[in-house]
Design a protein around this ligand. Structure first.
Ligand code: PEP
Ligand code: CO
Length: 459
């Protein structure tokens, strides 16, 4: 086997990495980035891997959620706070139904680069390079904006650092205290059916906290009642940047990509002989692999063996994304292959990327019904195959956007133009995200995979 180095991915074919006009400038930026402080620390990454090992064993559930693409334009403390709030609310809803701890991972604080289905975009007969994410080029339809600019990496690093700073404050500084759940509902969610349903959970938590307080357990004496562990993640797409953020951890001597706790390999860049797989092989972070319709079972096994040769639980999360009507066609054979090889993995469901359609009025959208249908079918297939559906991976925001159609708010194609802010794929808004969590929670309660936990928790 050839030796892995920080640079070895450059000897393999890579897809979806931009060509920069000024290589000297790019190298100057990368050199500087490699001298910046790490965004996350190896100890945190290792504790996430341990939590994911619990998920792999069916003892916890993974919730991974956030933007498709973060942008410089949407960067605002309120947006960070609202996304964080909705993720906490979803996690609480799922904790209640599955009686399991929920591992919380945001697609946040570094989720910028995007692989695109076409390298070009044509508008009114004019052809330009496609938008690749705010850390690479600009979304404005002009020649200047669409030119990859290495200086954007500085801005992306700085935005990631301050996003993380705020997230750390929210999760450790009292905001996540279970006595404050009544503050998590967003103003516009409060009045909705989801807001009312969440209120019922608030009341139950309040009763449970009073009971525990009477027994001498309270948030002052028990840290876990007043803080949460919140982790960050993004697609490890822009390898020059990921390389610059990868450092040797002095305590273990291992390489960690310090740009996020968890990184994943996208469905378009998971070639077993490609640069993305080569790079991820050498870093010790927990890794995701997106599994789409073109992934063969033999390829999946090969990928797991390359990326996790020790079969370490928590290292690999397989994120299936087939589309609501394709689950039965593709998922069972992958599950069987993983079981046959005895590989330790977390199975997570991304019900977003296989369900994207174009509306009649030209918007990229996703029908809420199909998103829920995919989750339902994935849960059923895992139950039938005797494997554990351990996670959910979604694109959402805490904002009241109109990007996905349907849901209790009955967002129609006509509504899409009202608040369509995403820089890439359509996200669930706060109400839709909570609605999905409640619907999944009902499914979980019916599912025998989880009911053993509920019985254990009650006994
Ligand atoms: C994404 O998660 O935004 C994405 C591009 O997904 P996939 O690689 O599954 O298409
Ligand atoms: Co996306």
């Amino acid at each position: 086997m050839k030796k892995w180095t920080l640079n070895s991915w450059r000897n393999y074919p890579v897809k979806h990495i931009p060509e920069y006009e000024d290589e000297k400038k790019l190298n100057m930026v990368l050199k500087k980035v490699s001298s910046f402080p790490p965004l996350v620390f190896a100890g945190e990454t290792i504790s996430l891997k341990k939590s994911l090992a619990q998920v792999a064993e069916g003892k916890a559930f993974l919730l991974q959620a956030g933007d498709c693409a973060e942008s410089f334009a949407e960067f605002h403390p309120d947006n960070i706070r609202d996304t964080f709030k909705v993720i906490l609310q979803m996690a609480l809803i799922l904790t209640f139904s599955a009686a399991l701890p929920v591992v919380k991972v945001g697609r946040i604080a570094g989720q910028f680069s995007k692989p695109r289905s076409s390298p070009i975009e044509i508008k009114d007969g004019k052809e330009l390079p496609a938008y690749l994410g705010d850390n690479i080029n600009g979304i404005e339809f002009s020649e200047k904006a669409r030119k990859p600019d290495p200086m954007r990496l500085f801005k992306a690093y700085s935005q990631s650092a301050s996003t993380l700073n705020l997230l750390r404050a929210f999760s450790q500084g009292g905001y996540a205290d279970l006595r404050k759940v009544h503050l998590w509902n967003l103003g516009f969610v409060n009045k909705s059916p989801q807001g009312k349903k969440f209120k019922e959970i608030e009341d139950k938590i309040s009763d449970a906290l009073s009971f525990m307080e009477a027994c001498g357990i309270n948030p002052e004496s028990n840290r876990r009642l007043r803080t949460v562990n919140f982790y960050t993640s993004h697609e490890a797409l822009l390898l020059p940047f990921e390389q610059a953020m990868t450092r040797i951890d002095s305590t273990s001597g291992e390489y960690h990509d310090t740009s996020a706790h968890f990184v994943w390999i996208g469905d378009r860049t998971r070639q077993t002989n490609g640069g993305h797989v080569e790079f991820c092989k050498g870093i010790k972070n927990p890794l995701g692999i997106k599994c789409g319709p073109t992934l063969k079972d033999s390829e999946l096994i090969k990928l797991c063996n390359i990326l996790n040769s020790n079969n370490e639980p928590g290292r690999i999360t397989l994120i299936s994304r087939f589309g609501a009507n394709n689950v039965e066609k593709f998922l069972p054979k992958l599950i069987r292959a993983i079981k046959k090889e005895g590989l330790n993995v977390v199975w997570s469901c991304d019900p977003m990327h296989g369900n994207t359609i174009k509306s009649a009025n030209g918007f990229k959208t996703r029908p809420f019904n199909n998103i829920f249908k995919e989750v339902k079918r994935v849960l059923a297939v895992h139950q039938a195959e005797g494997s554990y559906a351990g996670g959910l991976h979604i694109e959402m925001t805490g904002q009241n956007v109109t990007e996905c159609i349907g849901g209790a708010q009955k967002i129609s194609e006509k509504d899409l133009s009202h608040r369509y802010h995403t820089h890439c794929d359509p996200r669930l808004n706060a109400n839709q995200a909570l609605e999905l969590a409640f619907l999944i929670s009902d499914e979980i309660k019916k599912n025998s995979q989880y009911s053993k936990n509920i019985i254990q928790a009650a006994s």
